[in-house]
Design a protein around this ligand. Structure first.
Ligand code: GLV
Ligand code: MG
Length: 325
């Protein structure tokens, strides 16, 4: 272990994060009844410029009046390059009560962006005497943000999570796609020909680097990495495949941009009984090994060692967190 101890953000379940446009009060009411762990009420890109003032009012009313149970509540404020953002922060802190947990900062580009929002939020919280400090979740969705992802992740003690915003990221990097997430048939490799001349074409995951990079920055700073949207709401298998590959890389969850995606995400990001069972067997085997003074043993024909304890503990702890929620 390094001598540096990485402080972990508050442990919250973040399996699915449901995006809800602040301009639609009925959607906000329905979201409260959904099984999503986190809801973000949007003031940014799902809300047209003329609707922003009404969306703020809806969100303030919802935070004061709707029972969101034990969900984590977030509001996506507008970007720092707009004239909406300061009013989003001020109105919501001044009039939204204590229910809100997080602000989501879109298109985070530099550490100074986070510092600036922190300053504004701190002033507004102090002025109203807010008891609970708001946390931050940052969307990494521009080339600038990705190139500064480590500094962004470390920019404020309020930081809790990083999110991969695939749609804006594609636009920012000028990737050749017009869809929101998912694979692209042009991104693949053609194998060399076999002796009989056959060649295979394997699709690759064009988002692999971006997600893996974000996961490292998040985990190095004790934050939750979360995968962003998948736009084809008619393709549950596609959603699940995207979610599984994000989970395998270390993400704790994925956005749901339609209610039909919530249960898919909740299932993918909950370790299965078989995985938890296997993790418990690893812990038992390692406990026995340590009693016998061994650092490594075999289980089901595979070598396991002290690192296996940590992997298994991650799974078992996640299962306990879900069971206790
Ligand atoms: C999310 O905001 C995205 O751009 O994908
Ligand atoms: Mg975006």
């Amino acid at each position: 272990m390094s001598f540096k101890i990485v402080e972990q953000a508050p442990a919250r379940l973040n399996r699915t994060e449901l995006a809800v446009p602040g301009s639609n009060y009925r959607f906000i009411e329905k979201a409260a009844e959904s099984p999503a762990d986190v809801i973000f009420l949007d003031l940014e890109d799902a809300v047209a410029p003329d609707d922003k003032p009404q969306a703020r009012k809806n969100i303030i009313k919802a935070l004061n009046e709707i029972d969101f149970g034990n969900k984590t509540m977030s509001v996506r404020i507008n970007g720092l390059d707009t004239h909406y953002m300061y009013r989003d922060v001020i109105d919501i802190i001044e009039q939204g009560g204590e229910r809100l947990d997080l602000f989501m900062i879109p298109k985070a580009g530099t550490a100074a962006d986070i510092y600036a929002v922190d300053m504004l939020v701190t002033q507004a919280e102090d002025a109203v005497g807010r008891k609970k400090k708001l946390g931050f979740e940052m969307i990494i969705e521009t080339a600038l943000g990705m190139s500064n992802v480590d500094a962004i992740a470390a920019a404020s003690p309020r930081n809790e999570s990083l999110h991969f915003g695939v749609a804006d990221y594609a636009a920012s990097t000028r990737a050749r796609t017009t869809v929101i997430g998912g694979p692209n048939p042009m991104y693949g490799v053609l194998t060399d020909a076999t002796e009989s001349g056959e060649r295979d074409y394997h699709w690759g995951d064009m988002w692999h680097y971006a997600i893996a990079r974000m996961v490292v920055a998040a985990r190095a700073n004790g934050l939750r990495p979360v995968d962003g949207p998948f736009g084809d709401i008619q393709d549950p298998d596609g959603y699940k495949a995207q979610a599984f590959r994000a989970a395998v890389l270390g993400c704790e969850g994925k956005w749901a941009i339609h209610p039909s995606q919530i249960e898919l995400g909740q299932a993918v990001f909950s370790p299965s009984e078989a995985e938890v069972e296997k993790a418990k067997r690893i812990l038992d085997a390692m406990e026995q090994a340590q009693k016998e003074g061994k650092g490594a043993v075999t289980l089901d024909g595979r070598l396991i060692d002290i690192a296996s304890i940590k992997q298994a503990e991650n799974l078992v702890n996640k299962a306990k967190q879900i069971a206790g929620s």
